[in-house]
Design a protein around this ligand. Structure first.
Ligand SMILES: C[S@@+](CC[C@H](N)C(=O)[O-])C[C@H]1O[C@@H](n2cnc3c(N)ncnc32)[C@H](O)[C@@H]1O
Length: 409
């Protein structure tokens, strides 16, 4: 038999070890890009797919390894625990695991994309349809500043908690643990107490927002399981606190510098941002033929005191009846998003759209093709695309396109 070598052995020298589980083509592609384009020091500090470089463990690998997932998930169900242990380097690290928002980005992939678009500490990246603010968390971990805009106030809450929790006072966190019984009594009403709900960032209230998000997480969990919110709230809250405390320890040990975040409730069609103020964009538009974000989050939105119907009227992807009209309105809105992105990004900066595709639901219309046309119409130059399969039987999307554009205004 000829000497057999795996693809990764052929691509990388033995002293460059990939993160465990890096086995999909798109991941190996990203790893190769990192190997060919980052300096040795940047590979150690910023790479998403390397475990060690010439014997030195990378920051990403250490950040994940320093978190004690066994401790964090000691009271989680076996299923939840297995999910996070399997996603140790891809989804479950830092504060990404707080709240399971459907359709969120793969954080490890976002790290690779931040490297590809070339943003550095001091730069500001934007996600104009930010959901649970995965881009903000990942950018902040690399000391890059970020702006997250989402029309949903519930997403605003997720974004504030996840970014705030990257850098907080551990003592005040312990206070929440001690007060959890009293906090539960206040939260366990038909509607959130008014002092809990706000749309701006405020340090003092942010500690209580951690408990509020845990409560809303437990509320969703209780709907899907046979357990009541009384049983689930302490489990979820303690998992949140343990996750945050664990990350804080890793952050201190590794001396990580954390970038700053602005979390804004607003519309991607009319961004509350200055012209030429943004150094890079990574986003994923709602694709509501697959996920109706308002229906999905309805109990939580109502509890927070928002009218889901009103919110639906300003949501991309939820307008119109029948596939043809829905698609027309969807593309009209995305055209406006590209016009806004052209305005707020600096010339030459990169914009990435991650687009799920399932042409059975759209009666043959390929979203990625139409999105390329819209971008071109707003003077974005198309640079390249990467195909990423979506795994899991429950997903109606079978693949995602990662489309990379450059602002050529
Ligand atoms: C695919 S999700 C984004 C998920 C995100 N990438 C993450 O990692 O969590 C799309 C988001 O677009 C938001 N959205 C819908 N219409 C919007 C609008 N007009 N302006 C801003 N955001 C909007 C939805 O609330 C939803 O959170």
């Amino acid at each position: 038999m000829q000497n057999f070598k795996s693809i990764t052995e052929k691509l990388f020298p033995p002293s460059y070890q990939l993160i465990d589980g890096t086995d999909e083509i798109f991941e190996i592609n990203f790893a190769l890009w990192e190997y060919e384009n980052l300096s040795k020091q940047d590979l150690i500090n910023r790479s998403a797919y390397f475990k060690s470089v010439e014997g030195i463990p990378t920051v990403h690998c250490q950040t994940c390894d320093l978190q004690n997932l066994e401790e964090i998930h000691q009271n989680s169900s076996l299923r939840t625990k297995a999910f996070f242990l399997n996603g140790k380097y891809s989804t479950g690290y830092a504060t990404h695991s707080l709240f399971p928002y459907r359709g969120k980005f793969h954080p490890q992939m976002i790290r690779a994309l931040l490297n590809i678009i070339g943003v550095k500490p001091g730069d500001t990246v934007l996600d104009p349809m930010s959901g649970s603010a995965t881009l903000s968390v990942e950018a902040n971990l690399l000391d890059i500043d970020s702006v997250a805009v989402d029309i949903s106030p519930f997403c605003g809450l997720m974004g504030r908690v996840k970014t705030f929790a990257l850098n907080l006072d551990k003592g005040k966190l312990e206070q929440i643990t001690k007060e959890q019984g009293k906090i539960f009594e206040k939260l366990n009403k038909q509607k959130a107490p008014s002092y809990f709900v706000k749309d701006e960032q405020d340090e003092e209230k942010s500690y209580y927002e951690i408990a509020l998000l845990a409560f809303l997480d437990a509320m969703g969990f209780a709907r899907r399981s046979s357990k009541s919110i009384n049983v689930l709230f302490p489990i979820v809250l303690n998992r949140y606190i343990s996750t945050i405390r664990n990350f804080q320890t890793a952050r201190e040990k590794l001396g990580l510098k954390i970038g700053s975040s602005k979390i804004i409730k607003g519309s991607a069609l009319d961004l509350p941002l200055e012209d030429d103020s943004i150094d890079g964009v990574i986003t994923s538009p709602p694709y509501s033929f697959a996920i109706d974000y308002v229906d999905n989050d309805e109990p939580q939105l109502k509890y927070l005191g928002y009218d889901p119907i009103k919110l639906k009227n300003s949501m991309i992807g939820l307008q119109g009846r029948g596939i043809a009209e829905k698609l027309e309105l969807y593309f009209d809105m995305l055209d406006k998003v590209f016009a806004e992105l052209a305005r707020v990004t600096k010339k030459g900066t990169k914009t990435i759209f991650v687009v799920g595709t399932n042409d059975i639901q759209t009666k043959g219309v390929r979203l990625e093709g139409k999105i390329k046309e819209l971008a071109k119409g707003q003077k974005f130059k198309f640079l390249s695309e990467i195909l990423k399969p979506i795994k899991g039987l429950q997903n109606t999307m079978k693949e995602e396109y990662i489309l990379i554009f450059e602002n050529a205004k």
